[in-house]
Every structure is written in structure tokens, then in C-alpha cells.
Design a protein around this ligand. Structure first.
Ligand code: S3P
Length: 449
């Protein structure tokens, strides 16, 4: 077997074209892969470090563009954060309630987590005024999901379209505690309210319809906040005002990044990969359950607990896949992995149904429309549903031009599909991968045989 030819070209508008040419007799993937740090945990470590008392040390921080946005926002409000690297980042916390009024607009870039979580902190800083914005994608994403509960707590927030779109202006207030019943299972909504509750006198509770990722709960507790959790009702209560103390945080590898290799190893014939140091928090492992349902050969090895989060190495060997149906409570536990699961479904026998995933329409792109369009351009059979997709597997894909729509997870999902596509696939705006996985294409090149 000869290796695929993978080349990257920078265009005059500075966007990148990734060209993947699969050799006529196919390819296989072999190797051990160390994935970058978890994006959700990286954001939270920087944020809690910034508002805690004393120093926080972070090992394994994700060096993607999203955590960089978080770091620069909190630096602009007075937190001292050492140069970002994976070995050790030191954050000198300024103490709860002490974020300084920034002299310029806070820019969250492409990062919904930065903007939504930060809003809870800003809204609860009485007497201070903040303005926040982001890139074109973030400025089109719904902020009312956090603005509304914050307003119920007494926050003053203004923005376009009935205060629902960034740029937003925030006049910090002393807030009052509420019990918020969120209509969506969203860790960003839950975390925003919990962070607002930190400085708020009394008990602030969030109840969600299904459990979303619980990294905020784990880390808030580790930093010293008083939190009670009712698993029967998916409710979490924070008692404020809290005091947070700097901690040592070890960030595990991001299962959302591992997912690309798990699917690649499953669908590329003759492959065997071990993805090391993957965070396997049960609120994130829906992708492992979905791939198991499809008959993927995936094993967890060396399972351990690192700094309050479960971690494992994951071995995947290629196997023939069959379709599955995913819907309901599993969706929030694999929401970011649905684009790459759609790729797995294209190579599975039968029709895979994905439902209850309308949240995909308000991610970095409309991931239902964009994945359906791009995979169909390659020859797949994907039908959009209002809240998901119907994917009939087994059609052979043929190389063509596809586009990430500046969405990191779409860029990487299409690159994995290209490995099992005949001819040449060109992925436009592939640089988006750097949002969560700057080294993705180098790793891809390294494991291709
Ligand atoms: C995240 C929560 C999820 C996820 C996002 C990261 C977080 O968003 O899609 O990539 O770190 O809290 P929602 O809370 O909107 O579902």
C-alpha cells in the first residue's frame, strides 16, 4: 500500500486548502496518538483560576484558538496568565468579584463557551461595565438562552435582536438567586448560571431536561465552592457567595478530538490506533456508546482517575459497521461528535437515524445542513431532518471540493471521510481545525500508511 498524499495550501485570502489524495489501493492507519487537552476543561481552568484566590497551575491546557480567546479576555480584566503552553500555565487569581472593567471590548473569537460562561461572571460584578463580542459565527449564535435567566436574576444586558445577539453590553449588578428550569440540556447555560450564582447571596439552582457535561460542577467543587447535585432531577445548586482557591488542574485529552481518530480507525480497513489519555467523563462518552452500537471494535485500556476526571487509553481496530438510531438523553453526551458520527454512518450498513439534535443548528455552523450538503457532494445519502439526519450507508464516496464553513469539527470530519473516498478531496477553509486541534493535520499525516 502506498501512503495518501496530504498537502496544505494557503490561499490569497489566507484560508487553507487541504488536499487529500487517497492512493488507488487504499490506505490504513497505524499508531499511538496523543490528543490535545479538553477544550471545555481548559476554558474552565483558565476562568476559575482567574477568579480564585492564589495561584492555579494548569497542565495539559489545549493550545487551540478558543482557550486563547478565554485567556486574553481574562487578562484584559486583570488576571495574570503566563504564556500558554501544554507543560504548565500559571494563573494568578484576582479573587471573586475583582474582575476589572476592561478598557476595550472583550472578544471571545469563535468560542461560545468563552462568551456564555463569561457573561455569568460579568453580569454579577456590580458597578462595572463590559462589552463583549466575537467573530461572525459567534455574533450569529443565540445568546438569549443565557441572557434570559441572567435577566431573571436581575442582570442588565443589551444587544441586537431583543438582547439576543452579540455584541452585548453588560452593566454588572448584585444579582438575586433563582431556580432556573432550562428548556435545553446545555452545559454552557448551566455553567453561566452557576458562575453568576458564585457571587450571589443564597442558593442558585439550575435544572436541565437531560444531563449535560459536568466539568463545571467538578471543578467548582475542587476550587472550594459549595455545590449540591440532585441526579434524579438533573439539578445543581450553588450556594453563594462562594470563595474559590487556586488549584492544580491536569487537563485530560479531549474525547471530542479523540472521536475523529476513533471513527477513522473504525472505517479505514486494516487500521489499528491507540488514542492515549482520553477524558472519559460519563457525561461525554455518548460517542463510545454510539460506536459500540454500530459494532465498532473499541477497547478502553489503562483506565484511571486524573485530577477528578476519569481517563483511559482507547484502542480501535477497523471493523464493519452497522447503522444505529441515536436520540434522547445520549445526544447532549455526544453533541460535538455528531458530525463525525455522521461520517461513520456513511460507511455503515443500513440507515442511521439521528434525532433530538436540533442544537446542532446553532453551533459554530448549522451542522445538520452543512454536514448533509458536504457529504452529499461526495456521493453520500444524507437527508436532513429538522432535528437530525437520516444517513443511508454503503454508497462509495468520490473525491470533490468540500467546505468547512469555518467550522472546526466539520473540517476534521470531512478529512476523515476523505480517507475512504476515491480520488482527490479538497477541503476548503480547513484552517478552522485550529480552533480545537491545531495539530490535527500533522497527526493525520503521521498515522497514514
Ligand atoms: C460546551 C458545551 C456544549 C458544546 C461546546 C462546549 C462547554 O455546548 O457543544 O462545544 O464547554 O460547556 P452547549 O452547552 O451549547 O450544548
Amino acid at each position: 500500500m502506498s501512503a495518501a498524499v496530504i498537502t496544505q495550501e494557503t490561499q490569497t485570502d489566507l484560508s487553507q486548502k487541504l488536499i487529500i489524495q487517497r492512493p488507488p489501493f487504499g490506505l490504513s492507519l497505524q499508531g499511538r496518538i496523543r490528543i490535545p487537552g479538553d477544550k471545555s476543561i481548559s476554558h474552565r481552568a483558565l476562568m476559575l483560576g482567574a477568579i480564585a484566590q492564589g495561584e492555579t497551575e494548569i497542565q495539559g491546557l489545549l493550545l487551540g484558538e478558543d482557550p486563547r480567546s478565554t485567556a486574553s479576555c481574562f487578562q484584559a480584566m486583570g488576571a495574570e496568565i503566563s504564556e500558554l503552553n501544554t507543560d504548565l500555565v500559571k494563573v494568578k487569581g484576582i479573587g471573586l468579584g475583582n474582575l476589572q472593567e476592561p478598557v476595550d471590548v472583550l472578544n471571545a473569537g469563535n468560542s461560545g463557551t468563552t462568551l456564555r460562561l463569561m457573561l455569568g461572571l460579568l453580569a454579577s460584578h456590580p458597578g462595572r461595565f463590559f462589552t463583549v463580542t466575537g467573530d461572525a459565527s459567534l455574533r450569529s449564535r443565540p445568546m438569549s438562552r443565557v441572557v434570559k435567566p441572567l435577566q431573571e436574576m436581575g442582570a442588565q444586558i443589551w444587544g441586537r435582536k431583543g438582547n439576543s445577539l452579540a455584541p452585548l453590553a453588560i452593566q454588572g449588578q448584585a444579582l438575586k438567586p433563582i431556580h432556573y428550569h432550562s428548556p435545553i440540556a446545555s452545559a454552557q447555560v448551566k455553567s453561566c448560571i452557576l458562575l453568576a450564582g458564585l457571587a450571589t447571596d443564597g442558593k442558585t439552582t439550575v435544572t436541565e431536561p437531560a444531563l449535560s457535561r459536568d466539568h463545571s460542577e467538578r471543578m467548582l467543587r475542587a476550587f472550594g465552592a459549595e455545590l449540591s447535585i440532585d441526579p434524579d432531577t438533573n439539578s445543581v445548586t450553588i450556594t453563594g457567595p462562594a470563595q474559590l482557591y487556586g488549584q492544580k488542574v491536569i487537563v485530560p485529552g479531549d474525547i471530542s478530538s479523540a472521536a475523529f481518530w476513533l471513527v477513522a480507525g473504525a472505517i479505514v480497513p486494516g487500521s489499528e490506533l491507540v488514542v492515549e489519555n482520553v477524558g472519559v467523563n460519563p457525561t461525554r462518552t455518548g460517542i463510545l456508546e454510539a460506536l459500540a452500537m454500530m459494532g465498532a471494535d473499541i477497547q478502553l485500556e489503562n483506565q484511571r482517575e486524573v485530577a477528578g476526571e476519569p481517563v483511559a487509553d482507547i484502542r480501535v481496530r477497523s471493523s464493519s459497521l452497522k447503522s444505529c438510531t441515536i436520540a434522547g438523553d445520549i445526544i447532549p453526551r455526544m453533541i460535538d461528535e455528531i458530525p463525525i458520527l455522521a461520517v461513520a454512518a456513511v460507511f455503515a450498513e443500513g440507515t442511521t437515524i439521528i434525532r433530538d439534535a436540533e442544537e446542532l443548528r446553532v453551533k459554530e455552523s448549522d451542522r445538520i445542513t452543512v454536514m448533509a450538503q458536504q457529504l452529499n457532494k461526495m456521493g453520500a445519502k444524507v437527508t436532513e431532518l429538522p432535528d437530525g439526519m437520516e444517513i443511508t450507508g454503503g454508497t462509495a464516496l468520490v473525491g470533490t471540493d468540500v467546505d468547512s464553513h469555518t467550522d472546526h469539527r466539520i473540517a476534521m470530519s470531512l478529512a476523515i471521510a476523505a480517507l475512504v473516498t476515491s480520488g482527490i478531496t479538497t477541503i476548503h477553509r480547513a484552517e478552522a481545525a485550529a480552533i480545537s486541534y491545531p495539530d490535527f493535520f500533522n497527526t493525520l499525516t503521521a498515522i497514514v500508511n
